[in-house]
Write a protein that binds this ligand. Structure first.
Ligand code: PMV
Length: 353
């Protein structure tokens, strides 16, 4: 099959999202149902394009990710998601899936969230299923929990619910609502030893998990309100404490499959170095805050008006730490991409090994 043959495919794109209130711990693992609501924003500095073409001549799904044949585990995860969509559409045709990220894997932005959001939109559309955002979001969640938050536009809240169809994400404010900047700083390829899936499963073994859950509704209410009022002074410290709360849980939880571990450490020395620099920058009067996901990368958050003065401090620190960087603003939700706007690697079914 050559690049022309993919002309009949459907392409969708999505941004990864960055949680301000974190999803950490599951009510039900098989359905990726979370224990608490979470709040995020889409990052427009990183994009995944995914093309799906159903083809009756294919004996099995073929999955190409970043111009290489997907690993058996990744291909299996994509096929399982396509099976859900095929079951709804009542078809059993196999598909060619070509997915391409314009950001490095080691950046610590959730490529699986963007990937499953784009895959859900492209595959449903390719099979003629016209789903609204709520249904697309709940469906994307089954592929990867936080993928549900990459479906809606801008600033997003994911509802924790007991029933599959009730746990979806919706926009609390559009991407143009607030001119925030996010600078993601990453430090080379530290392969994550403990996946977020294992982290979720271990979360309730932490003695501090009940304390986190007891305060989560107040945090959600305050973060939601600070976003709606565009109040970075209020939002900033809240999201820093929220990120640290996730890591306190991780560092004090016991992954069942790893009895030799006293806790999960996602940080690298540079992570703490940057956290301390951010506090010093604030002491000097800069309005810059951080958040962290389940990895060593540090995401800085600040307002557009402060960009020049903040980057004057941040850029030399990035160079000193030898770190990589992605700059983002709040991004749109997942969207369909016309063929002539699809980047070439997202249409090329050949693999460079
Ligand atoms: O969607 P998952 O299973 O990759 O979990 C994401 C977990 C965090 O990124 C740490 C927090 C979040 O809410 O995105």
């Amino acid at each position: 099959m050559n690049a022309d043959a993919i002309q009949g495919g459907t392409t969708a794109a999505a941004h990864p999202n960055l949680a301000l209130v974190k999803y950490w711990g599951q009510r039900q693992a098989a359905l990726n149902l979370p224990l608490n609501n979470s709040i995020s924003l889409n990052l427009d500095g990183a994009t995944t394009h995914t093309t799906v073409m159903f083809d009756t001549t294919l004996p099995h799904d073929r999955v190409v990710i970043n111009q290489a044949l997907a690993s058996p585990a990744a291909a299996q995860r994509v096929s399982a998601h396509l099976d859900r969509i095929r079951a709804i559409a009542g078809v059993d045709t196999r598909a060619l899936v070509i997915s391409h990220n314009d950001f490095p894997a080691e950046a610590g932005v959730a490529s699986s969230a963007a990937a499953f959001a784009a895959l859900t939109l492209a595959a449903t559309h390719a099979l003629g299923l016209q789903f609204d955002d709520r249904r697309l979001s709940a469906l994307a969640r089954l592929g990867s929990g936080s993928a549900c938050r990459s479906i809606p536009d801008g600033f997003v809240e994911w509802v924790a619910a007991e029933a599959d169809e009730d746990s979806y994400a919706y926009a609390i404010a559009p991407c143009g609502h607030w001119d925030l900047n996010v600078t993601t700083i990453f430090f080379g390829s530290h392969a994550k030893e403990v996946s977020s899936l294992e982290g979720h499963r271990a979360a309730d073994t932490s003695p501090f998990f009940t304390t986190r859950m007891a305060g989560i509704d107040t945090t959600l209410e305050r973060v939601r309100s600070a976003i709606l009022r565009r109040d970075l002074l209020e939002l900033g410290l809240l999201i820093e404490r929220e990120a640290i709360s996730l890591h306190v849980i991780a560092m004090t939880s016991q992954p069942p499959e790893r009895p030799w571990m006293s806790g999960i450490y996602y940080w690298q020395p540079q992570t703490l170095d940057l956290i301390q620099r951010v506090q010093q920058w604030r002491r000097q009067g800069l309005q810059v805050y951080f958040t962290l996901d389940a990895g060593p990368s540090v995401h800085l958050i600040y307002e557009e008006d402060d960009r020049a003065s903040i980057l004057a401090h941040v850029t030399p620190a990035i160079a000193e730490l030898g770190a990589g960087v992605i700059h983002s603003r709040p991004g749109r939700g997942a969207w369909l991409v016309p063929l002539d706007e699809v980047p070439a690697p997202a249409l090329d079914p050949t693999c460079r090994m």
